[in-house]
Design a protein around this ligand. Sequence first.
Ligand SMILES: Cc1cc2nc3c(=O)[nH]c(=O)nc-3n(C[C@H](O)[C@H](O)[C@H](O)COP(=O)(O)OP(=O)(O)OC[C@H]3O[C@@H](n4cnc5c(N)ncnc54)[C@H](O)[C@@H]3O)c2cc1C
Ligand code: FES
Length: 279
Amino acid sequence: MPTPILEKTPLIPGKTSKLVLQAPEIARHAHPGHFVMLRMRPTGERIPLTIADTDAEKGTITIVYLVLGKSTAELECLNAGDSILDVCGPLGHPTHIEKRGTVICVGGGTGIAAMHHIAKGHKRIGNKVVGVIGARSKDLLLFEDELRSFADELLISTDDGSYGHKGLVTDLLRDRLEKDKDVFEVVAVGPVPMMAAVADTTRPFNVKTTVSLNPIMVDGIGMCGACRVTVGGKTRFACVDGPEFDGHAVDFAELRRRLGAFREQEKISLDTFRSAHGN
Ligand SMILES: Cc1cc2nc3c(=O)[nH]c(=O)nc-3n(C[C@H](O)[C@H](O)[C@H](O)COP(=O)(O)OP(=O)(O)OC[C@H]3O[C@@H](n4cnc5c(N)ncnc54)[C@H](O)[C@@H]3O)c2cc1C
Ligand code: FES
């Protein structure tokens, strides 16, 4: 069923936008960690996007996306008042959230939006939430105000030093883990190299580390095998077994290889789309 777009907010013009969708059934059943599969055209591919927020009373869900290839470029062409052909969800397992103490939630790039929903879930249940977010520069930092509104602490890094600590989120994370021995879990959502670096950082501290994996997905319901990842030496399907896994057991090198498997075809597809649309 077509899903109306109620609001569109460009967060980084032309690159990243936030959409609020009218999806009452999904809003009623969604929890932090869930994702949806979207399709823009009858012959289009389905793409997975994390539910970054919900409002069950208003019947809305929020998604935030980075324009990378053809499908996200098509999505970026839609505006408030338009509809997305179909939005299926909530999919995947929700984040395991229990009251335990202090949790550090790390987000990078567009992953900050997804991490924000997980962090909110931890806060709601009574955990102390330390947010750690990073971007290449200040203008690429997302969801700072939203996180500030509920996080107990928010640590910020930028690669170029234009805001907060000059360096990587893992510098801030290592520093925090050295000072605070009571952290029961670290959650990381962001680019694959960032999640791999977070897992490497937490390993010597022996802190449970949960990462949200983003392999290429086709159906999102466990039928096609596209989202295969290796965790602890075992094959798992991110759409039905995840998308969250133990970061210390994930084969990140394989995930990175598999994400690049169709790069040439994806480039042709985006170039063809852009030349047909004159952008
Ligand atoms: C469970 C899950 C949740 C996700 N949540 C979000 C989200 O909230 N916001 C968001 O912006 N993105 C999210 N992603 C990634 C998003 O699905 C992809 O960026 C999107 O499918 C790319 O489609 P495309 O046709 O625009 O680009 P494509 O033409 O398919 O790809 C363009 C480039 O992006 C890379 N790419 C393709 N698929 C992925 C992927 N799954 N992850 C990372 N890089 C990819 C390709 O290697 C290529 O370099 C999520 C992925 C998963 C599996
Ligand atoms: S996307 Fe098809 S099995 Fe996961």
